[in-house]
Design a protein around this ligand. Structure first.
Ligand SMILES: C[S@@+](CC[C@H](N)C(=O)[O-])C[C@H]1O[C@@H](n2cnc3c(N)ncnc32)[C@H](O)[C@@H]1O
Length: 222
């Protein structure tokens, strides 16, 4: 990945370690062979820089969907709260200005397209097949599952579904993304290898987080 884009991603506010961002970039490159990229959960644009870098290289675009009001776990009193993203005028979260600065600083305004709104109403009217869908919106089970139901059907054959914060062991983290992962596998997605190439059937199991992308687990649609 381009060095200046890596630096821009590093400088952006967000929750994604660089190692995972680079894995996401690889997943983006793999998926971009089949169509444009889309992520649910923009926040301040950190992951959008990694996916935007892949989109630029593949001459496609990244759509990034967020209402910019934060998930439950981003609100005051929760672990992932950042008071800097509160709009003093209203007391509500507003990450949109931070996202705009991130993408401007990265020079990705021609590649990264913000969709500002709630994920499900957007999915309800969406029609374009996608090369990659990255699920990193709300992490409550009903929210993450609704994102899966709303968006996974747009993954083009051969495209990639990537899910953030997948923890097989409940002691390591919340289980909603892992439930989504399990459902995706049950419904025909196959795990990807770390290089972004479809894993051969013999290498598909056992499935452990380390065989995939750290906390980002990716699948491809057969
Ligand atoms: C974990 S953060 C995304 C982090 C980002 N992908 C990154 O790595 O920099 C989750 C985001 O999902 C957004 N979100 C949560 N539920 C949503 C929904 N139903 N529709 C749209 N956005 C939602 C929140 O506003 C928040 O910005």
């Amino acid at each position: 990945m381009d060095g200046s884009l890596r630096a821009a991603a590093r400088a952006a506010k967000g929750f994604m370690p660089e190692e995972e961002g680079l894995a996401l970039y690889e997943a983006g490159l793999a998926g971009a062979r089949c169509g444009p990229l889309l992520e649910i959960g923009t926040y301040c644009g950190k992951s959008a820089v990694y996916l935007g870098a892949a989109a630029r290289e593949a001459a496609t675009v990244l759509f990034t969907v967020d209402h910019h009001r934060g998930s439950e776990e981003n609100q005051a009193g929760w672990e992932h709260h950042d008071p800097a993203v509160i709009d003093p005028r209203t007391g509500r979260m507003d990450t949109l200005p931070f996202f705009r600065r991130t993408i401007e600083a990265a020079g990705l305004e021609d590649v990264v397209v913000a969709v500002v709104g709630q994920s499900i109403p957007v999915a309800a009217v969406w029609a374009t097949p996608l090369g990659l869908v990255f699920i990193d919106g709300g992490h409550a089970v009903h929210v993450a599952m609704a994102d899966y139901v709303g968006w996974a059907r747009f993954v083009a054959p051969g495209g990639v579904l990537a899910i953030h914060d997948v923890f097989e062991d409940p002691a390591e983290g919340g289980q909603a993304p892992y439930r989504v992962w399990e459902r995706a596998v049950a419904e025909g997605f196959a795990p990807l290898s770390q290089t972004g190439e479809p894993a051969r059937p013999t290498t598909r199991r056992p499935l452990t987080p380390t065989t995939l992308f750290g906390r980002i687990w990716s699948l491809w649609l057969r």
